[in-house]
Design a protein around this ligand. Structure first.
Ligand code: ADP
Length: 344
């Protein structure tokens, strides 16, 4: 993962590959950081901006940096704060996400941001900081082109707000517990987000909605699910599913030549999703541990898992927990999967 820094300073002096401008939708300059960037870049910047036909809030457009130390300027109009119920958070999140995507597209390695919308646009800085830090860290966790993001705060109060938001995410504590029907929508969303940010979606086998439902309802003892949420705000951070297939053809034990008795004592440690923001907290491992304990209580003997051979992250996580590769086969009508097993 790339690095994230928070500093106090003037963004117009920043030697980043690209600096971001908290622009207004006309892109023709304004007050605050926008005015400072235009003054420092010189009139050529305004000339190039005139050719861009403006920019909607949440979107981003790029120009050269002219007399600035930075090579490029990414212009993104933030939302005007109108109390928080007018989609401000989504627009602000899009500003960070779209600016970073544009930087990656132009193969820029270092990007500097000002605190978007917290000046003239009136967004409370403690709220804006949470959204900004969440989007920046998620982005840094999921790609490798942009390697450093610097948050350039113009004053001490702004810097403190961003530092607090960063601490809150980095030191988040989690509660892992059995999931119920009330968690279904959150689990589905977690899986969708995880797949959307995946390096190779083929690594992930998305179970059908029906299977998820049986897990959270624990119908006919068919399955089991846990969800990890942050302790303070209850934000869904990860989920893990276990299937107890019984004596059916798709039981992975069949691939390993298990007897009927062994099949009935097998559980599939199946699908895990960890929100990109909370990677690095060993959540997959911690959720698996909780699930394994539960399987032990239910008298299961064989814990089985499948992992795509090209997915080194999951493979090393699962192997570290004592699962060994017993076979490698085409599964789910798709490409190869290792079938791993742990006896408890
Ligand atoms: P917005 O219209 O998006 O609210 P502003 O420019 O009014 O944008 O303010 C955004 C933030 O940028 C504020 O925290 C302001 O203090 C800060 N700011 C102003 N000038 C600079 C600068 N030269 N470098 C970094 N930040 C700046």
């Amino acid at each position: 993962m790339g690095t994230f820094r928070i500093i106090k300073g003037d963004i117009t002096k920043c030697r980043a590959d690209a600096i971001v401008n908290a622009a207004n939708p006309s892109l023709l300059g304004g007050g605050g950081v926008d005015g400072a960037i235009h003054r420092a870049a010189g009139p050529e910047l305004l000339e190039e901006c005139r050719t861009l036909n403006g920019c909607r809030p949440g979107e981003a457009k790029i120009t050269k940096g002219y007399r600035l130390p930075a090579d490029y300027v990414i212009h993104t109009p933030g939302p005007v704060y109108r109390g928080g119920n007018c989609g401000e958070e989504q627009i602000l999140a899009s500003c960070y996400r779209n600016s970073l995507k544009l930087a990656a597209c132009y193969e820029r390695n270092t990007v500097a941001f000002p605190s978007i919308s917290t000046g003239i646009y009136g967004y409370p800085v403690s709220l804006a900081a949470k959204t900004a830090v969440r989007e920046i860290l998620t982005f840094l966790h999921t790609q490798s082109t942009v390697r450093e993001v610097v948050m350039v705060c113009f004053d001490e109060e702004t810097k403190k707000a961003y530092e607090a938001a960063y601490r809150e995410i980095g030191q988040a504590e989690f509660v892992i517990r059995k999931a119920g029907e009330a968690d279904l929508a959150d689990i589905q969303k977690l899986m969708e987000t995880t797949v959307a940010y995946m390096e190779n979606p083929d690594w992930f086998y998305e179970d059908g909605k029906e299977f998820l439902e049986t897990c959270v309802k624990e119908e006919e003892n068919a399955g089991f699910a846990v969800i990890a949420r942050t302790k303070q705000e209850g934000i869904p951070a990860g989920c893990f599913l276990v299937e107890i297939p019984g004596d059916v053809p798709y039981n992975l034990g069949n691939d390993l030549g298990f007897s009927k008795e062994q099949l009935l004592l097998s559980a599939h440690m199946d699908t895990a999703a960890v929100a990109p923001l909370y990677r690095g907290h060993h959540l997959q491992d911690r959720m698996m541990e909780v699930c394994e304990e539960e399987m032990k209580k239910r008298g299961m003997r064989y814990l089985l898992a499948t992992v795509h051979p090209d997915n080194p992250y999951s493979l090393s996580n699962v192997q570290k927990r004592g699962y060994g590769i017993r076979a490698t086969k085409e599964k789910y009508g798709r490409s190869l999967r290792h079938i791993l097993c742990k006896e408890i």
